[in-house]
Design a protein around this ligand. Structure first.
Ligand SMILES: [Zn+2]
Length: 198
């Protein structure tokens, strides 16, 4: 295989990119300015070199702790629990929420062998125990896995804090079987306003 074919094959592995799009991108890069493909190659290389995981919340960041964890203007008594760093970006666009986050890096899925020790649940419980946290908003996806995870976390948080903490779950507006990432801004904003006590 020549360099062009190898690139097409690798581009086709990207999510949402089929063989046809991969081929279009590769031919475009071949005809485009050399500086552009160099910048793009550097960007991809830097991604793994520079982006790390925040040691507190688990968000992707260049600086550890991340800018949300160190922001003193945010409400430091509330933690919103999400499955992936992408969900933080989505929630931030609503401007409805000004607290902290906790990324689980997945959801409980017994069928796939994903148990509590495989996602960042222990870290969450430690944060809740050791800090003055007054509300935990569970914003896992409205799927079977997300729902299982929410119930499991709610049980643990109650064990640690008893009735001294408000537990809520995003509900209204998000379609069942849906994905936070693909929920529109308004729907997500309404879901935040209408969150329910667990
Ligand atoms: Zn952080």
């Amino acid at each position: 295989m020549n360099a062009l074919e190898i690139l097409i094959e690798n581009l086709a592995k990207l999510p949402g990119i089929g063989k046809k799009s991969a081929s279009r991108i590769a031919y475009y890069l071949l005809s485009a300015d050399r500086s552009y493909s160099k910048t793009l190659a550097d960007n991809i290389k830097n991604l793994k070199l520079k982006i790390k995981t925040c040691s507190i919340c688990g968000n992707y960041t260049e600086e550890d702790p991340c800018s949300i964890c160190t922001d003193t203007n945010r409400d430091r008594y509330t933690i919103c629990v999400v499955e992936s760093p992408k969900d933080i970006t989505t929630i931030e666009t609503t401007n409805e929420y000004n607290g902290l986050y906790h990324v689980l890096m997945g959801a409980l899925s017994p069928i796939d062998g994903i148990g509590p020790q495989d996602i960042r649940i222990k870290e969450l419980i430690e944060r809740v125990r050791e800090n003055d946290i007054r509300e935990v908003i569970i914003a896992t996806n409205p799927t079977v896995e997300g729902e299982t995870t929410a119930q499991y976390i709610a049980g643990l948080v109650k064990q640690v804090k008893g009735d001294g903490i408000i537990l809520t779950r995003l509900a209204l507006g998000i379609p069942v079987g849906g994905d936070l990432e693909y929920t529109d801004r308004l729907t997500l904003a309404r879901a935040f306003q209408g969150r329910n006590k667990l």
